[in-house]
Design a protein around this ligand. Structure first.
Ligand code: FDA
Length: 374
């Protein structure tokens, strides 16, 4: 086996898993990270004894036993189950849409009554043709009431556009459950690492063969990095890597406003979505509830999440996977293969995909298998 000198750009989950596996096989790895901390978007930091998710709520969930076992090597997980609540002008509903939601909306008791109510609302719409936009699509799936109170405002804030101007394909299906079950995810494995996510990244990068440099931007010295390292794993934005020469990929950004409150319990749940159009934020996270009320009993930490149009310099939280962007990404990938075969693109930004944490780990392990053999 030939040992290599690797540069990993980005200390998020993808970069850290790759670095860990490369070092385990005897390779030297330098990890550079432009932020002042490791961990990328899963970074958590203790405030008032509460693990604060600094880049939005992160709930680990997976279908894969293999990935669950993998991640459990680095932390002990609690049995947190995501059951968000929707606040529509002060009316509270359970999510995902289930019998509790329907009971609160219409007073229905049985699944048959709920199904009949949705059917009645769909029939009233007289939808003959395929839906022209997101509004028609959503109404045709769940009827008018659920759409109006729980989907419309939230979606319009999320995308920064009117539901009648958004394409129907954004919502292919809407999970509707005719049981009294508030568990948001269907996966068999779910939880939050006790003590936060950052410890996972710390352990992944804890190897004598791994050097980590934070506050170090690849683009500040890109020519030298490419000269000095025979192999580069790049987990930043692929369009930026090529100086946007084929054009900009689109992203949605977010702004987080974190606040310490002098109460033990501010909203009674980890995640509350604001589904009306008037509230400018889409949700409030109360971090201590991810760990069943851990931390200071007289304080709590909340974060408001505001959607934001992405501009250069903003954090690109969500890739926008429409057909125009997918095609542009494919052209960048082609360019990469032709001009720099020793740079491997990975992670959410390098692959331009909305990956959950389990998928990110899976993708990193696939790259490892490709690079080193199984
Ligand atoms: P990530 O973006 O974390 O890391 C990339 C790193 O590269 C960053 O640290 C960045 O600073 C660095 N970088 C970029 N350019 C650089 C440069 N030029 N030089 C040096 N460093 C550079 N998943 C899930 O399973 N459950 C959940 O509940 C959630 N929730 C959630 C909420 C929000 C708001 C977001 C945005 C995402 C989630 N996710 C999630 C997804 C999860 O965050 C994601 O799967 C992983 O963080 C992806 O890890 P990456 O390493 O790919 O990217």
């Amino acid at each position: 086996v030939k040992l290599m000198e690797y540069l990993v750009v980005g200390s998020g989950l993808f970069g850290a898993v790759f670095a860990n596996e490369a070092a385990k096989r005897g390779n030297h790895v330098t990890v550079i990270e432009k932020r002042d901390h490791i961990g990328g978007n899963i970074y958590t930091k203790p405030i008032e004894g509460i693990q604060v998710h600094m880049y939005g709520a992160h709930i680990f969930h997976t279908r894969s036993k293999k990935i669950w076992d993998y991640v459990n090597q680095f932390a002990q997980f609690n049995n947190y189950i995501n059951s968000p609540i929707a606040n529509y002008h002060g009316e509270i509903y359970n999510l995902p849409f289930n019998m509790n939601t329907f009971n609160k909306l219409w007073g229905v008791i049985t699944p048959a009554q709920a199904q009949a109510k949705i059917e009645e609302q769909r029939a009233e719409l007289n939808l003959m043709k395929p839906p022209k936009n997101l509004e028609e699509q959503a109404k045709s799936l769940v009827g008018t009431d659920v759409y109006k109170k729980l989907i419309k405002g939230y979606t319009e804030k999320q995308w920064g556009a009117k539901a009648t101007e958004l394409p129907a394909f954004i919502i292919r299906r809407i999970p509707v459950r005719f049981t009294y079950d508030n568990n948001y995810f269907n996966d068999p494995y779910q939880g939050i690492p006790i003590g936060g996510y950052t410890q996972i990244i710390e352990q992944l990068l804890d190897n004598k063969l791994i050097d980590v440099r934070t506050e170090t931007d690849f683009f500040a010295d890109r020519a030298n990095y490419l000269k000095d390292y025979p192999r580069v794993v790049f987990t930043g934005m692929i369009d930026q890597f090529f100086d946007y020469e084929l054009g900009e990929l689109s992203y949605r950004s977010l702004r987080f406003e974190t606040e310490i409150k002098d109460v033990d319990n501010y909203q009674g749940n980890a995640v509350v979505n604001y589904t009306d159009a008037e509230t400018p934020y889409t949700r409030i996270i109360e971090h201590k509830h991810f760990e069943f009320g851990a931390g200071n009993k007289h304080k709590t930490v909340i974060t408001r999440e505001y959607p934001k149009t992405w501009q250069r310099g903003d954090e690109p939280y969500y890739p926008i996977n429409d057909s125009v962007n997918k095609q542009l990404y494919a052209r960048y990938l082609n360019l990469a293969r032709k001009t720099c075969p020793d740079v491997l693109f990975g992670g959410r930004l390098g692959l331009y995909r909305y990956y959950d944490m389990d998928q990110t780990i899976m993708a990193a392990l696939e790259l490892v298998a490709h690079e080193f053999g199984r």
